[in-house]
Design a protein around this ligand. Structure first.
Ligand code: NDP
Ligand code: MG
Ligand code: MG
Length: 340
């Protein structure tokens, strides 16, 4: 089994006399900054003036312009949206990075696909929590944590891995497990997971199931409960005890249906297409498309997003959730979503 580092395996002294700049205060940023501070580290939040700036100040954080925060820090964690990182890096981060400092990321995309090229005199590592930022915060407050992957791309001080481990411990990941990876592995598996399984695969599966039932004349409300609402209950069981525990909990009829019909829906052809998706990630084809889409202000992203939000499963879901006050509403339209 791969080596997994836990809380007590990790020495935190390497990070103790260092100043940590958390650049960005969104989904991941607010969680890293607050968790690190409460773990006893010296944190400054790097931002531009605006909404996040005010929120970080209200949360009691020290806040500076990105350039100033970077210049004052020994570790700079970049938690801006991936598509904005290259421009902010060139303009505000790179010119102010101290030699021998560490540049850190929560996702390997920009470094792996060379959209950000770090100078050669800094450590470069990643601490990638395997969960949404709001859970990184909430689990920490509950005395638990979200697992993280760490990886070192550049080690000029000889301490990059230890600093990454201490950082991961500081955000609470030592309680859940910290696993070593590379920028390449983190980037490619993260993109594959969200495209083929967690986000893309799952939303397409849910919609296809819903459409199959409604097109056969069943009520959309029934189809919604069956194909979307119940999913959480099933996923919770898988999270707690794997497929075995989920199957133990469902009826034997459901389990038999799982065995005989699951492989008819997701079959060898599906897997072959998953391999195509993976190949597009590995060759940089997916990255190129996404980078270019951002350069032209996302016409396709926005059009698809509008169409998806009008899907019948979304309309009926909104109505039904209104009637279920116990279903937690999203705090805002800001990201609190699975995976990144
Ligand atoms: P968000 O979209 O939540 O980050 C938004 C933050 O970036 C806001 O504080 C915003 O401030 C700030 N920001 C945006 N543009 C600028 C700018 N030009 N100058 C200064 N600040 C700016 O990002 P995420 O937390 O989702 O993602 C951050 C990183 O973490 C990414 O690399 C992502 O891949 C990775 N990651 C994310 C996960 C997640 O759960 N979301 C999970 C694991 C990794 P303002 O209010 O001023 O706009
Ligand atoms: Mg992910
Ligand atoms: Mg991702």
């Amino acid at each position: 089994m791969a080596k997994v580092f836990y809380h007590n395996d990790i020495q935190e002294e390497v990070l103790q006399n260092k100043k940590v700049a958390v650049v960005g205060y969104g989904s991941q940023g607010h969680a890293h900054a607050q968790n690190l501070k409460e773990s006893g580290f010296d944190v400054v939040v790097g931002l531009r003036k605006g909404k996040s700036w005010n929120k970080a100040e209200e949360d009691g954080m020290e806040v500076k312009e990105v350039a100033e925060a970077v210049a004052a820090s020994d570790v700079v964690m970049v938690l801006l949206p991936d598509e904005h990182q290259p421009a902010v890096f060139e303009e505000h981060i790179k010119p102010n990075l101290k030699a021998g400092a560490a540049l850190a990321f929560a996702h390997g995309f920009n470094v792996h696909f060379k959209q950000v090229v770090p100078p050669s005199d800094v450590d470069v590592f990643l601490v990638a929590p395997k969960g949404p930022g709001h859970l990184v915060r909430r689990t920490f407050e509950d005395g638990a944590g979200v697992p993280s992957l760490i990886g070192v791309e550049q080690d000029v001080t000889g301490e990059a891995k230890n600093i990454a481990l201490a950082y991961a411990k500081g955000i609470g990941s030592g309680r859940a497990g910290v696993l070593e990876t590379s920028f390449q592995e983190e980037t490619e598996t993260d993109l594959f997971g969200e495209q083929a399984v967690l986000c893309g695969g799952l939303s397409s599966l849910v919609k296809a199931g819903f459409e199959t039932l409604t097109e056969a004349g069943y009520q959309p409300e029934v189809a919604y409960f069956e194909c979307m609402h119940e999913l959480k209950l099933i996923v919770d069981l898988m999270y707690e005890g794997g497929l075995e525990y989920m199957r133990y909990s469902i009826s034997d009829t459901a389990q038999w249906g799982d065995f005989v019909s699951g492989p008819r829906v997701i079959d060898e052809d599906t897997k072959a297409r998953m391999k195509d998706v993976l190949s597009d990630i590995q060759t940089g084809k997916f990255a190129k498309g996404w980078i270019l889409e951002n350069k032209v202000n996302r016409p396709e992203f926005n059009a698809i997003n509008d169409m998806e939000n009008k899907h019948q499963i979304e309309k009926v879901g909104r109505e039904l959730r209104e009637l279920m006050p116990f279903v937690k509403k999203p705090q805002s339209k800001e990201k609190d979503v699975v995976t990144h």
